[in-house]
Design a protein around this ligand. Structure first.
Ligand code: FES
Length: 77
């Protein structure tokens, strides 16, 4: 069984969908497959996390990243 260092929760609720969470999720998966991060992270899709006005929303290590994009995610890894 794989042991991940961290989990990355990506909201896939309706407002986050409208704000591009599917593209962001794909970009995050590509990023964590890179040599530096391979096997350390697992991406988990969630329902609405109640930060809809700041969509798309991502949580890494209990930190909420509002209006997340791939550069803000990269800084948190
Ligand atoms: S839909 Fe993503 S936080 Fe509500």
């Amino acid at each position: 069984m794989a042991t991940y260092r961290r989990f990355i929760f990506v909201c896939t609720g309706s407002d986050c969908k409208k704000s591009g969470c599917k593209v962001l999720q794909r970009e995050i998966k590509e990023l964590i497959q890179s040599e530096d991060h391979k096997g350390k992270f697992k991406v988990i899709k969630t329902k609405c996390m109640d930060f809809c006005k700041s969509a798309p929303t991502v949580v890494i290590n209990n930190e909420v990243i509002k209006k997340a994009d791939i550069s803000s995610i990269r800084k948190k890894l």
